[in-house]
Write a protein that binds this ligand. Structure first.
Ligand code: PMP
Length: 453
């Protein structure tokens, strides 16, 4: 196997940073001018981690393409880290939203769209009862609250390396058996071990042990970890997790916010999972803020039983703008026209092409990397085999190499998702788009492994 030298990575990275800086004078100016006005110096706080020397500012986006304020065009394989995974501003959504904005945007009362959405999700997931929020974070928070309310237990369990939004109890890590706040977590309200148990993904024995204490209300899990790199479930993981959670009377919340890449009803529908609750946010409104959470009939009945029929009060789940008319019109339009089986079949075929191109380069150069795919979501990693836990991902992640690959692609007109090597295909992504990525990826690997250069 060829050795990729540290010096070579650094030299290429310096070259790419210089190229980025000279191609983005307007972004550089806007970044410098706006920094004094923003908390942490950037428009969204997590941009402090972005790979480029300064933040790229966007002018516009449509379909699978995005244009920055310097007029550079990119094939967008990041797609707003899933928020726009069905393409930027699909025409049908634009028309529906234009129509809806004229009819009042939020009333604190239901619209017919909400009923249609709930019925459609019931069909796709098998869970009959639904509610709305504006973010996946809130949907996860509310699902966990309901789980605590009906089980009377205080804690939740998450997997090491998970991300479920800025939901306090989930921002936890497992460090040598101890539960700690995640690195960079700003101001956790209480020590995390008071609220949260954490085990490694794919470790069913640890899950069984952690739930045996009887203090966990729910397991909150993605079908695969997608935020620390992609960690796929072992073949028996989901069946085992379901059996163990049932054995301990613990509710299972499946967060499909990223794994919706598996199909119109997410991984749950594609692989026949049987969650007690289902959460989905980000792309369902096509970029208009919207999220849903659904529960089984049993959970819904147990929740109803907590309400006093004479004086029903529900506080702690909700939100004034949750389920607003605009948001629901967007979700309904997306479900009926865009988040469809037909579009998914197309997205899968393009994602397969992306995956095959990456694999061909890995094999050609015999480099110790792998590529994984979950429907329309593709990710490569710098180990021979896919990793089974977040800790393994962390121990094998090469930050400089990752930054180089991102900048190398960006400088040649392709944007991949920051923080890991993740790519999405949308109904607007074409074979030419992914072929461009695959050529650029091949060129980068060629430069990295060319010992004669
Ligand atoms: N769940 C998962 C699996 C996510 O990846 C994210 C965000 N990356 C969230 C929830 C939170 O989404 P939001 O920030 O839109 O609330």
């Amino acid at each position: 196997m060829p050795l990729i030298s540290r010096q070579r990575i650094r030299n290429l990275l310096e070259r790419e940073k210089t190229a980025f800086e000279s191609a983005h004078p307007t972004s550089r100016k806007l970044a410098a001018e706006s920094a004094p006005h923003f908390i942490a110096g950037v428009q969204m706080p997590w941009l402090v981690e972005w790979e480029s020397p300064f933040t790229l500012f966007v002018d516009k986006a449509k379909g699978a393409q995005i244009t920055d304020v310097d007029g550079n065009d990119y094939v967008d394989l990041c797609l707003g880290d899933t928020g726009a995974m069905f393409g930027h501003s699909p025409d049908v959504l634009v028309a529906a939203v234009r129509d809806a904005v004229d009819q009042g945007l939020t009333y604190m009362l239901p619209t017919e769209d909400g009923a249609r959405i709930a019925a459609e999700f019931a069909k796709r997931t098998g869970l009959p009862r639904w509610s709305f929020t504006l973010t996946a974070t809130d949907a996860n928070r509310f699902a966990a609250r309901i789980a605590r309310a009906i089980t009377g237990r205080p804690k939740i369990l998450v997997f090491d390396g998970c991300y479920h939004g800025t939901h306090d109890e989930t921002l936890a890590r497992l460090d040598d058996g101890r539960v700690n706040p995640r690195e960079g977590s700003v101001g956790p309200p209480v020590p995390l071990e008071q609220t949260t148990r954490v085990v490694e993904f794919n470790d069913l024995a640890a899950l069984d042990e952690a739930l045996s204490h009887g203090d966990v209300a729910c397991v909150l899990a993605e079908p695969a970890l997608t935020n620390c790199g992609m960690v796929l479930p072992d073949d028996d993981f989901h069946a085992g997790m379901r059996e163990i959670t049932r054995k301990h009377g613990v509710l299972l919340i499946i967060d499909e916010t990223h794994t919706i890449s598996s199909g119109p009803g997410g991984y749950t529908q594609a692989y026949g999972l049987e969650p007690d609750m289902f959460v989905l946010g980000k792309p369902i409104g096509g970029g208009i803020p919207a999220a849903v959470y659904g529960v089984s009939e049993d959970i819904a009945n147990r929740f109803d039983a907590l309400l006093d029929p004479e004086h029903p009060v529900v506080v702690g789940i909700g939100g004034t703008l949750s389920g607003n008319a605009l948001s629901l019109r967007a979700v309904r339009t997306m479900l009926e026209n865009v988040i469809t089986e037909e579009n998914f079949q197309y997205m899968f075929s393009i994602a397969e092409r992306l995956e095959e191109g990456i694999r061909a380069t890995i094999e050609k150069h015999n480099i110790p990397w792998h590529v994984s795919r979950m429907g329309a979501r593709v990710e490569y990693g710098h180990t021979v085999k896919p990793r089974r836990t977040a800790r393994e991902v962390e121990d094998t992640t090469d930050g400089e190499l990752e930054q180089l690959l991102h900048l190398y692609c960006l400088n040649r007109g392709v944007m991949i998702t920051p923080f890991h090597n993740m790519m999405l295909t949308s109904p607007s992504t074409t074979a030419e788009h992914v072929d461009l990525h695959n050529r650029i990826f091949a060129d980068c690997v060629e430069e990295l492994t060319n010992v004669a250069a």
